[in-house]
Write a protein that binds this ligand. Structure first.
Ligand code: DMJ
Length: 448
């Protein structure tokens, strides 16, 4: 009798696992279909340009010449999704048309995370040497950005002349080069990229206040802080992400030390548990005094980083808050005041961070609730942001009015993390790869 009962339970569990795996497969396939839909929109209305404008069915270029932002950013998602035809199309246009030899000022941070990161992961996943050649050429053109008296990069660099502009920068734009520059050094055997990016990070770290926090803006020529507001949001976010990830990818203990000191200050002064759940708000970097109780779509990267650092308790608590933020109006706003649960900035820019964090949490815990979150993300994205030609930002998550943009990170990050979260297969091994802040997977192939 006992044996029969055991067998019955076994059959039921196998069937349940099969059903859930089939269900996940269907959801992952839906994500893939949405990726193809958006790529087709780009092909039809924006081919050769940086990005699609999904409402006017036209295109947008960041600068005077296109840098093929969408094909480069989207390429590794195609590889991970097994979309061979689309990957061939992207590869063809990149090798036929991508050139960095343009007399124009570009934002070194954005070009680094989207293009240099995209080219490096493309090289590692596909093996075509031309990706690495393009990456090295781009890395050389970005290097002059670091020629400031402090070694921290200027915000803009001219890709042809190496001239620079923008001495007021911020921790995110200064400290988010290490994974890409470091990988470029390891793959080309040229230490200059690693050393230059590391010097900038160390200088910035040394500028932290006595209580261990950094501010929002800093002058890269004088090293003086311009805005002392400290938080995890845009302009600071990926500086912290890269301290941790640079240690994970390169095994360089200096980054671990900087991360350990930073996270202690973050948890002491920015974490806020006075309202329901755990949040991270804003504080003055010198006094540690609370300046605002705001948290937003960009801050939602932090549960993923906490999970990667091994702090599963805070990661899980904060992800609950992130999901609450997503559900408040059916889709998350850019900024929320968590003390009143009121929207401060109502747009939704197709951002990935909430989904990215659910992906990390699910990978490390295997809990069904993160898959349920994934299902909700997919349903609401389709419901509110899908258009005939692709996907569109929302002007307001309250009115759900759309706006005419589809950033390349929607294909590089948002749909990639959603696919990786929902797919029943282990497509990437988080113990072997590190995602840059634009979701380009980088792998340590150099330390054997
Ligand atoms: C992306 O370009 C990167 O994730 C960056 O670190 C923050 N902003 C966008 C996505 O929201």
């Amino acid at each position: 009798m006992r044996k029969k009962h055991f067998l019955l339970m076994l059959i039921i569990s196998v069937l349940l696992i099969q059903c859930s795996s089939n269900g996940r497969n269907q959801l992952a396939n839906q994500v893939k279909d949405e990726f193809i839909h958006s790529w087709n929109g780009y092909k039809e209305y924006a081919w050769g340009h940086d990005a699609l404008k999904p409402l006017s069915k036209s295109h947008h270029d960041w600068y005077s010449s296109s840098l093929l932002m969408t094909p480069v950013d989207a390429f590794d998602t195609m590889i991970l999704m097994g979309l061979d035809k689309q990957a061939k199309e992207a590869k063809k246009i990149v090798f036929e048309n991508l050139s960095f030899d343009h007399d124009m000022y570009v934002k070194s941070f954005e070009i680094n995370i989207r293009l240099l990161g995209g080219l490096l992961s493309a090289y590692q996943l596909d093996g075509d040497e031309r990706f690495l050649e393009l990456a090295e050429d781009l890395g050389e053109r970005l290097l002059p950005a670091f020629d400031s008296p402090t070694g921290m990069p200027y915000m803009f660099v001219n890709l042809k002349t190496g001239e620079t502009r923008g001495e007021i920068s911020n921790p995110a734009e200064i400290g988010t080069q290490m994974l890409e520059f470091g990988t470029l050094s390891k793959l080309t055997g040229r230490p200059v990229f690693y050393n230059t990016a590391k010097k900038a990070v160390k200088t910035l770290f040394e500028k932290r206040s006595e209580i261990g926090l950094v501010g929002t803006t800093i002058n890269v020529e004088t090293g003086e802080w311009v805005n002392q507001d400290s938080h995890l949001s845009g302009m600071i976010d990926s500086y912290y992400e890269y301290l941790l990830k640079s240690w994970v990818l390169f095994g360089d203990q200096d980054f671990k030390k900087m991360w350990d000191k930073s996270i202690a200050a973050i948890n002491k002064y920015l974490a806020d548990q006075r309202y329901e759940g755990l949040w991270y708000g804003r504080a003055n970097m010198i006094s540690g005094k609370r300046t605002a109780t705001t948290f937003g779509a960009l801050d939602a990267f932090f549960p993923g980083v906490l999970a990667l650092s091994g702090d599963m308790q805070r990661a899980a608590q904060l992800q609950e808050s992130c999901f609450k933020m997503w559900q408040l109006h059916g889709i998350e706003p850019e900024v929320l005041d968590y003390s009143k649960m009121e929207v401060v900035s109502a747009g939704y820019l197709l951002r990935p961070e909430n989904i990215e964090s659910a992906y990390y949490l699910h990978k490390y815990t295997g809990k069904q609730k993160y898959l349920n979150m994934g299902k909700t993300y997919l349903e609401t994205l389709k419901k509110y942001c899908r258009t005939e030609a692709g996907y569109a930002h929302l002007k307001s998550v309250i009115t759900k009015e759309k706006s005419d943009a589809m950033e390349s990170f929607f294909l590089a990050e948002t749909l990639k993390y959603l696919y990786l979260l929902l797919s029943p297969e282990e497509i990437v091994d988080l113990d072997k790869i590190v995602f840059n802040t634009e979701a380009h997977p980088l792998q340590n192939t150099w330390d054997k």
